[in-house]
Design a protein around this ligand. Structure first.
Ligand SMILES: NC(=O)C1=CN([C@@H]2O[C@H](COP(=O)(O)OP(=O)(O)OC[C@H]3O[C@@H](n4cnc5c(N)ncnc54)[C@H](OP(=O)(O)O)[C@@H]3O)[C@@H](O)[C@H]2O)C=CC1
Ligand SMILES: N[C@@H](CC=O)C(=O)O
Length: 436
């Protein structure tokens, strides 16, 4: 619906937590500038929350607070609905109700978009309203819009990066100050980086949702969270971090979306990986995120910035509010979802990368030969071998050349069967060498 310039555009806010409270603050503090940029003032129509009496990070007129979110999103005078509740329900029903009532929607909800983006995008299209979601991936970093719009004329081969602030904060603290996993997680929660249930962060669900969204946009295909191979960081020990450090590596939780060589399929994965300390991603500290996008003509682009936290995320939300408000004034809508390519997602077993394998082995002659034979049997070539410790504490640390995940898994299974292998201590993918 075309809006008359000058008349306030009314914004309904769903959720007033870490992000929502900062959205209100920025809308208030920058009211004049925002009105000038949009061509009409923004006005907060109401704020839906779960616990109305709660003290918030921002002062809110009690008359604006409601627990009846559905009534708020369907109100005739509301133009734009901003969803920062999170999770699947009631967020999905509220967004659909809003769109079915002709409101444009801004959301930071990657979990919902990765779970059921098809329904939400279809509702936006059917109702000719906007769906903007810049804050859903990589916090403040402008990434969705460059990928949806600026790179729409290019052919993306690969998207690779750090897309979860909480896990990056934890791994960085473990690496730089020797903090324990739980201490670092508590700090990340206190700083407002973690999801309401931090399992989503540490088990990789949040990064997987973001990877699904990025892969869908990059490869013009429908991708859901279920398509993403996911491993979290809960198994990463202080010893793993220290051992990586000794070898000149740092451990990061990476999201990697990559087209196959024939271009007909792609893989999407989230897992911890060792990267060389000289790699640009190694310097991404605390809750910062960084994403490389590699495209045919553009080459390699790097996006870097604050990946989590109230104000940075609210910045992305505000950018979307401005875009949606401008569209409403112009009587237009932003780009629709593009899934025309309909490429298939290939299984993790077909992924090719390098591996760091640490084995607890018996200290006797012939051990190295038998271990090497097991790698050779699966056609996994060893690049380096190092022996650590002596006698009963001997460990073999091997780094492979590039091999498929299936071949590596079969090698590990075989190694577990050998009487000379007491334990497979750790297996970690190695990324980012040869500037890859
Ligand atoms: N925190 C971050 O750094 C980032 C978060 N995001 C995303 O932004 C969204 C919000 O995150 P965040 O602000 O951290 O979350 P919070 O948990 O801090 O806030 C959630 C808000 O939603 C409200 N709420 C919960 N359930 C309902 C309900 N049934 N009806 C109405 N309101 C409800 C809560 O109300 P009450 O206050 O009364 O409990 C609270 O105000 C999520 O999708 C998250 O993934 C995206 C990027 C970064
Ligand atoms: N919990 C998320 C918040 C931003 O998306 C993260 O840590 O990255």
């Amino acid at each position: 619906m075309k809006q008359t310039a000058g008349k306030p555009l009314k914004v309904a806010l769903l959720g007033c937590g870490v992000v929502g409270s900062q959205v209100i603050r920025l809308m208030r503090e920058q009211a004049g500038d925002l009105a000038a940029r949009i061509g009409a003032p923004l006005e907060l129509a109401g704020v839906a929350v779960r616990r109305p009496g709660r003290v918030r990070g921002v002062e809110v007129d009690p008359l604006l607070i409601t627990t009846d979110a559905e009534a708020l999103v369907t109100r005739d005078d509301v133009d734009i609905v901003v969803e920062v509740i999170g999770g699947i329900e009631p967020a999905r029903s509220l967004i659909l109700a809003a769109m079915n009532s002709g409101k444009s929607v801004v959301t930071a909800n990657k979990a919902l978009l990765a779970e059921d983006g098809a329904t939400i995008h279809a509702a936006a299209r059917d109702n000719t309203v906007d769906l903007y979601f810049e804050a859903a991936v990589a916090g403040a970093i402008p990434l969705i819009r460059p990928m949806r719009e600026s790179l729409a004329g290019d052919h993306v081969h690969r998207v690779l990066g750090i897309v979860n602030g909480t896990t990056n904060y934890i791994l960085d603290k473990m690496d730089s100050s020797g903090a324990s996993f739980s201490e670092a997680l508590e700090e990340a929660q206190a700083l407002g980086y973690a999801e309401a249930d931090p399992t989503a962060d540490v088990e990789g669900f949040d990064a997987a949702a973001k990877a699904a969204i990025l892969a869908g946009i990059a490869f013009h295909s429908r991708v859901t969270a279920a398509d993403v191979h996911r491993e979290g960081i809960t198994e990463i020990s202080a010893a793993n971090v220290a051992s990586a450090r000794e070898m000149g590596y740092v451990i990061k939780l990476l999201a990697i979306c990559a087209r196959s060589d024939d271009g007909r399929s792609f893989g999407v994965r989230v897992h911890p990986a060792m990267i060389p300390r000289t790699h640009p991603l190694a310097g991404v500290r605390e809750a910062y995120n960084a994403v490389f996008v590699e495209a045919e003509s553009a080459g390699r682009l790097m996006f870097y910035g604050a990946g989590a936290g109230g104000a940075p995320t609210a910045s992305a939300v505000l950018g979307d509010i401005v875009a949606v408000a401008r569209n409403r004034l112009a009587g237009t809508c932003g780009p629709e979802e593009s899934t025309y390519a309909d490429l298939t997602v290939h299984p993790m077993g077909e992924t090719v990368t390098r591996y760091h394998v640490s084995l607890d082995v018996a200290d006797k002659p012939g051990v190295l030969a038998r271990v090497a034979e097991m790698f050779a049997k699966q056609d996994v070539s060893i690049q380096t071998v190092r022996q650590e410790g002596l006698g009963d504490d001997a460990q073999l640390v091997l780094v492979t050349h590039r091999a498929s995940d299936a071949a590596l898994s079969a090698t590990i299974e075989g190694l577990r069967e050998l009487d000379i292998v007491r334990d497979v201590v750790s297996v970690m993918r190695v990324e980012g060498e040869d500037a890859s």
